[in-house]
Design a protein around this ligand. Structure first.
Ligand code: ADP
Ligand code: ASP
Ligand code: MG
Length: 810
């Protein structure tokens, strides 16, 4: 014999009920079955809500009843062809009368509420029975209230085993092929209707399985089984094909509501295996829950969560002296019917901290205030402190107790995503570690933990890109081309969630289709940088990376706040890294404190690995003593192409057209851009340095530096063409090349035009190449050389991409 329980969604519509009946019919061909059904999906919640409305004299509860009646009659008609039904009328008449009483008395007791809630299961079982009969099944409907006897703890009554066992004895002789019970409902010894607590239909089924010694218990629901996390919150959740009772208990205790926690116990007591199956995928995979099962490998089996939790903390220096302190606290809470979900490790001699359901906050506060009134007056303890809008996230796994380092990994995973932990608890079974965090971080926390503990999963990186000019475009196109390969070969799923230009922004939480980002952006909303950041923060996604591909000062000003919100920043924009040393240090400090990263490899020599090489040297214990570099692809291009035959200004204009200059080429020609790069290199080598410590010898005639705008600048270049011709001729006479060289030696930094002889590595620098020579303790005679293309949209974009991958791999 087997027991099959069908949850709310499984009986949530006509089609679903038909599906249920066909599943039952098939099962009944090979064994006798006991079928337990929940109320139609959502109905119990609606009954709770309408009864509460009645209690506060909100007359709209009447409409809610009428609407429920229509809903049931519609299903009933579709199943049986009848438009009216005496029994259904009768239930709604009773419901209306009881609610009227609640309305008049302005009082809703737990007992009355249980009666009201029982309507849901009474209706659903009646309708399923009618349809089964119509389909010709050999079925009998039982009223669970005549069999399951409980105490008077309405709202979550406890079964009294002796009379219940006796009642079921009679059923052992029953030979009906299909036996149908409403779940969730029961009655007290004096025949008052009671319920077994929310989600309690699972318990009804498990209880029947126990009492009738079923071979198997099947819980049919709307998912294929118990998963590594709630699939509604974690898209990557995977099915657990086999779990132990203990693991299932622990997962469900911490919120995997697919199984109601107490429901496992009766089946566990007599060793009946539980299968969790999907009504809408009956042939699909499922979860088996059995005794003492271990897969021997996975340490963490699943991650559960409970929403709407409050933390209640009692603190006081003199708590040690108060006898039975914690016993009194727990008794006060239990007398007030407040369920303690978790007791945290913060509980010590001086403080005790428990997690409760948020709906119980008022009751809990009253109970604790009353119990410890005297102690609070005497200042032995502080008034109870309550924090709300929290949730619990728990890692569950039987093998956990033998492994160290799990909590460390959990905390650091959360920490790098800016999720701060309010409290920690390790279950005494050592099968779980749970943390209390702010509710708005729930989804992010679950997803990031899921990625970090289920290794084969893809790690998702969520990008927010501001600036879609040449480099931005090239970057988006590189991401689009590499996405699939990175996911397949490197297990990183890089998605662009937000993009913006100076006027508009577009967001897509799951990541946008990069083949049509231009059109998508056009459909986006008008927004400025503040609006963009606000929306990005509201999404609160794990592994968020902000990518600034602008040269804007105001955008660089947002980095500090982002890094402090644990959002990493990648940028070719040099402004932030070249402001006052104090500000630069403050950005670095934020990355350390909040686990974010600030990467700007493309600030120096575009995609060439200059900064990362230096960081690697530094980390491996080397020290950079001096630096010599040609850092401007633009200037290099100019001096490689200028030979006096065409005016210098026309070469500058060519470079601008080729995208080799800053938007304003004067920044390149003045040497300022090179100074910024040198400053960044010096800072990244671990030294404190400011821009004004760099000596600059300009090669421009003084007049040119005073130009008001770009046009005037070009005119002035032409007016001074002789100056450039002279520079060229001088170099040529010595068979030398002109290079703007940046150097740092003995604490002194300078940038200036130099004549470089053939014997020097700087002589042969093609087109827009950059070169950096690092003289370090290890490379003291022969420098470490990094050389290659140092400008251009594609190489800069690939440098940005490399930074993103550094974050993905960290
Ligand atoms: P029923 O109405 O069938 O009793 P419930 O809504 O009570 O169904 O439980 C099924 C739901 O439990 C699923 O739709 C899923 O969103 C949720 N759930 C939460 N955690 C888990 C988990 N770890 N595995 C599977 N489902 C889970
Ligand atoms: N209908 C009840 C509830 O929603 C019992 C159940 O579905 O298990 O809580
Ligand atoms: Mg349920």
């Amino acid at each position: 014999m087997k027991v099959m329980k069908f949850g709310g969604t499984s009986v949530g519509s006509t089609d679903a009920i038909k599906q249920v009946v066909s599943i039952v019919e098939k099962a009944a061909q090979t064994s006798q079955v006991y079928v337990v059904v929940s109320a139609v999906g959502g109905v119990t919640n609606q009954l709770v809500s309408l009864s509460q409305k009645a209690a506060i004299r909100d007359k709209s509860y009447e409409d809610d009843i009428a609407q429920l009646k229509t809903q049931h009659l519609e299903i009933f008609e579709a199943l049986t062809g009848f438009t009216t039904d005496e029994f259904i009328d009768h239930i709604f008449t009773q419901l209306t009368e009881v609610c009227k009483g609640v309305f008049l008395l302005k009082e809703l007791t737990e007992r009355t509420k249980d009666y009201i809630l029982s309507s849901g299961e009474r209706l659903s079982s009646y309708m399923v029975n009618a349809y089964m009969k119509k389909q010709g099944l050999d079925v009998q409907l039982f009223d669970a209230r005549e069999y399951i006897i409980t105490d008077k703890k309405f709202g979550g009554a406890n079964v009294i085993w002796q009379p219940t066992t006796q009642n079921f004895e009679a059923l052992k002789q029953n030979e009906k092929q299909v036996n149908l019970f409403p779940g969730f409902i029961a009655s007290t010894l004096d025949k008052e209707t009671a319920t077994l607590g929310r989600g309690g239909s699972d318990y009804t089924a498990s209880l029947i399985a126990n009492l009738l010694k079923a071979d198997e218990l099947e819980i049919w629901t709307d998912v294929n089984g118990l998963m590594t996390a709630d699939p509604r919150l974690v898209r990557q959740a995977k099915l657990l094909e086999h779990v132990s009772y203990e693991e299932a208990l622990e997962l469900s205790h911490f919120g995997a509501k697919v199984l109601y926690p107490p429901s496992i116990q009766p089946a566990l007591d007599v060793n009946i295996p539980i299968a969790i199956r999907n009504t809408f995928d009956p042939e699909g995979p499922q979860t088996y829950v059995t005794k003492e099962w271990q897969d021997g490998q996975t340490i963490i089996r699943g991650i559960s969560s409970i929403k709407d939790v409050a933390l209640l903390t009692l603190t006081g220096p003199s708590m040690v002296g108060i006898p039975n302190f914690s016993a009194r606290l727990f008794k006060a809470l239990s007398d007030a019917k407040v369920n303690v979900i978790l007791i945290t490790q913060a509980s010590s001699e001086h403080s005790i901290c428990v997690g409760i359901s948020q709906v119980d906050v008022v009751l809990a506060q009253q109970a604790v205030d009353e119990e410890f009134h005297a102690e609070v007056m005497l200042r032995k303890i502080d008034p109870v402190k309550i924090e709300t809008d929290l949730c619990i996230v728990a890692l569950v796994g039987s093998n956990m107790r033998d492994h160290v380092g799990i909590s460390g990994k959990m905390f650091s995973t959360l920490g790098t995503n800016g999720v701060s932990i309010k409290a920690i608890a390790q279950g005494s079974s050592e099968r779980n570690i749970s943390v209390v965090i702010a509710q708005n971080h729930l989804k992010k926390a679950l997803n990031t933990l899921h990625e970090s503990f289920f290794l084969s999963e893809l790690k998702k990186i969520n990008l927010f890109v501001v600036g879609v000019g040449n480099v931005g475009k090239a970057f988006l196109s590189q991401v689009r081309k590499q996405q699939a390969m990175l996911a397949k070969e490197f297990r990183v799923d890089i998605q662009v969630v937000g993009i913006a230009n100076s006027k508009q922004c577009y967001f897509e939480e799951q990541g946008m289709d990069l083949t049509k980002w231009t059109e998508l952006l056009k459909t986006g909303d008008a927004c400025n940088i503040d609006g963009f950041i606000e929306r990005m923060k509201a999404l609160n996604l794990r592994n968020s990376v902000f990518i600034d591909i602008t040269a804007s000062k105001s955008i660089s000003a947002v980095y500090q706040g982002l890094l402090e919100s644990s959002i990493s920043v990648v940028t070719p924009n040099k402004i932030a890294a070249t402001r006052e040393m104090e500000k630069y240090l403050s950005l670095k400090w934020a990355t350390k404190k909040y686990g974010s990263q600030f990467l700007f490899e493309t600030n120096v020599a575009a995609g060439l690995p200059v900064i990362s090489t230096m960081n690697d040297l530094f980390k491996s214990g080397d020290k950079v003593n001096s630096i010599q570099a040609v850092l401007s692809g633009t200037l290099n291009y100019l001096f490689n192409n200028y030979d006096g035959t065409k005016p210098f200004s026309s070469i500058v204009k060519d470079a601008k057209v080729l995208g080799l200059t800053e938007p304003d080429p004067r920044l390149d020609l003045s040497g300022e851009d090179v100074m910024r790069k040198l400053l960044i290199l010096i800072r990244e080598s671990g030294r404190k340095f400011e821009m004004d410590q760099i000596a600059q010898v300009s090669f421009l005639p003084e007049a040119c530096e005073k130009a008001k705008d770009l046009d005037e600048f070009y005119d002035l270049l032409d007016a001074n063409e002789a100056h450039f011709q002279q520079l060229y001729a001088d170099a040529n006479a010595e068979d030398a090349q002109l290079r703007v060289v940046a150097s740092f030696k003995n604490g002194e930094a300078k940038v200036g035009l130099e004549k470089v002889q053939k014997s020097h590595p700087f002589y042969f620098l093609e087109g827009k190449d950059n070169i950096v020579l690092f003289y370090t303790e290890r490379y003291d005679e022969q420098p470490l050389v990094v050389k290659g293309a140092g400008a251009g949209a594609a190489v800069t974009a690939s440098g940005i991409f490399a930074d993103v991958l550094r974050i993905a791999n960290s």
